[in-house]
Write a protein that binds this ligand. Structure first.
Ligand code: G1P
Ligand code: ZN
Length: 542
């Protein structure tokens, strides 16, 4: 029986960089989730007769929320929901499933790399029929609907058990519970030279893949250990838990410090990698050699043709604006297009759909290709493994060779977390006002060449996105970028992105913080970061 429940708009249900993220108790307080789901359904023009993919990263409240979503989809006339068994689907696997099954869209439950649990974070986002995050036009419609919602529809009675594979009815809607791993593992097998990687492992190559107690555990067990023959135990922290083992499932040197320690130890494995809460991010570490995500993107763009799925070369590459220009240098050498987009994967969708970019990446540990419409953690790990197997080189050698050929874009991101929102807003507003006057001024060793606020004109659909970060370029080619995070759930997070190009062969192996010292000093003098945030230094350096 369909119930129509009266409700009223809830303030602040505005999707951010990647869907709506809030504290778990906020989402759990009825009708917070219900309102948002109805706003998605109405915002995309209804779901009558449609097929949706539903799944999440298994964090606390995942299964209960899926029950609500299924009951609401049924009450709104959906024909079918395809659900990962146990409510689990990594974000890239969900994207693949939407495409493979030609679904009309999907609802992905995740707050990505944010911690999970009753007091931590929860999130929900809508992906469209191309498998990618909804465009800004669609998220604007969803947000508009949250502001004039008067009722929501929900099926009375329980949703079927999503722990059991197979089909069940919920009213007139079919709930189809599927194996969340098989389709995705098959896709990976179609892109990479599994035989070569299997030989690598058979010859004694050792990998440590840290799933950080999150969604990629079962995927990595199947692909790395079962299909590719990596030694048992290569996948660590491989059982998903609702609070990610009490950890912070963000694959960077800070939060994946266990992996860093293992990779910098005397008996380190040959290759280390990690992924995040929902499986779309990746971290790559060689023996004693951490690879920055911007460099990883550049290496993958350079050598992707070694994998069968990319043997024909790349149509073009794309990176988010704050990501370093390392990949630009590869694209220039190859004579292929390089697009610079705002932060967030949704901006890559049009370029991928139009066949103008094959590989995309962000400095925040996101890399992916046209095989799905999300970034993809395990995909990046497998492409690296394919490259190592094809070249016979180690990670450290690959990086040295890359920098020797292209120069090194030293790079770091400094995050100031839970800053007072007003102070952070004022910092950005004041800097924006000052940008036109910066050119020609010197700060320590550096002179400002130009400064602007980044805006993007989508070359495919012509849409315009303004306010996407402030950029200061220095005359020596260095750059600093400032923007506020759109994924946080408490206060404001100020992100400061620092980059300096080095082409002197004698200076390619320095510590990035030392190599960036001049840029760090200059941007603090320009923006007054320490004074305005009241912080001595950043909370997280990656
Ligand atoms: C962050 C990253 C961004 C990424 C997003 C979703 O967004 O910076 O690159 O696309 O998470 O994973 P932010 O918090 O900076 O808005
Ligand atoms: Zn993620």
């Amino acid at each position: 029986m369909i119930q129509t429940i009266q409700t009223s708009p809830i303030a602040g249900q505005k999707p951010g960089t990647s869907g709506l993220r809030k504290k778990t108790p906020v989402f759990m307080a009825t009708p917070y989730l219900e309102n948002y789901v109805q706003a998605i359904i109405d915002g995309i023009g209804g779901v009558e007769g449609r097929t949706l993919v539903v799944g999440g990263d298994g964090r606390y409240f995942n299964d209960t929320a899926i029950g609500v979503i299924l009951r609401m989809a049924a009450a709104n006339g959906a024909a079918r929901c395809i659900v990962g068994q146990g409510g689990l689907l990594s974000t890239p696997a969900a994207s693949h499933l939407i495409r493979k099954r030609k679904a009309d869209g999907g609802l992905i439950l995740s707050a990505s790399h944010n911690p999970g649990g009753p007091e931590a974070d929860f999130g929900l986002k809508y992906n469209g029929p191309n498998g990618g995050p909804a465009s800004e036009a669609v998220t604007d419609q969803i947000f508009a609907r949250t502001q004039d919602l008067t009722e929501y529809r929900i099926w009375e009675g329980d949703a079927p058990d999503i722990g059991l594979l197979g089909e069940a009815q919920l009213g007139a809607m079919v709930v189809e519970v599927i194996d969340p791993i098989a389709d995705y593992a098959d896709l990976m097998e179609s892109l990479f030279d599994f035989a070569a990687i299997r030989t690598l492992f058979a010859d004694g190559f050792r990998i440590r893949f840290d799933a950080m107690h999150a969604i990629t555990g079962p995927y990595a067990h199947e692909i790395l250990e079962n299909r590719l023959g990596a030694a048992a135990g290569s996948v660590v922290n491989g059982t998903p838990s609702p609070d990610f083992g009490g950890g912070h499932p963000d694959p960077n040197p800070i939060w994946a410090h266990e992996l860093m320690a293992a990779m910098y130890a005397d008996d380190a494995p040959d290759f280390g990698a990690a992924s995040d809460g929902d499986g779309d991010r990746n971290m790559i570490v060689g023996r004693g050699c951490y690879v920055s995500p911007s460099d990883s993107l550049a290496v993958l763009a350079d050598l992707a043709h070694l994998a069968p799925g990319y043997a024909g070369g790349l149509a073009g590459v794309a990176r988010s604006m704050p990501t370093s220009a390392a990949v630009d240098r590869v694209a220039a050498a190859k004579g292929i297009a390089c697009f610079e987009t705002p932060t967030g994967w949704k901006f890559f969708g049009n370029l991928l759909d139009a066949g103008r970019a094959t590989l995309c990446g962000e400095e925040s540990a996101g890399t992916g290709s046209n095989h799905v419409r999300e970034k993809d953690g395990l995909w990046a790990v497998l492409l690296w493994l394919n490259i190592l197997a094809s070249t016979g080189k180690g990670v450290g050698q690959i990086m040295s060779d890359h920098w020797a050929r292209y120069g090194r874009n030293y790079y770091s991101r400094h995050d100031y977390e839970e800053v007072n929102s007003d102070a952070a807003g004022a910092l950005i507003a004041d800097l924006r006002a000052e940008l036109p006057a910066l050119a020609g001024k010197s700060y320590g060793a550096l002179i400002v060449d130009s400064a602007d606020a980044f805006a993007y004109d989508d070359p495919v659909d012509g849409s315009h996105s303004a306010g996407q970060g402030l950029r200061v370029f220095f005359t020596n080619g260095a750059r600093a970028v400032l923007r506020l995070s759109g994924t946080g759930t408490a206060g404001a997070t100020l992100r400061v992105y620092l980059e300096a190009l080095e082409t002197d062969p004698a200076a390619l192996h320095h510590d990035p913080q030392a190599a960036l010292a001049d840029v760090i000093t200059a941007i603090d003098a320009i923006a007054g970061i320490a004074a305005r945030t009241g912080r001595q230094g950043p909370d997280v350096i990656t």
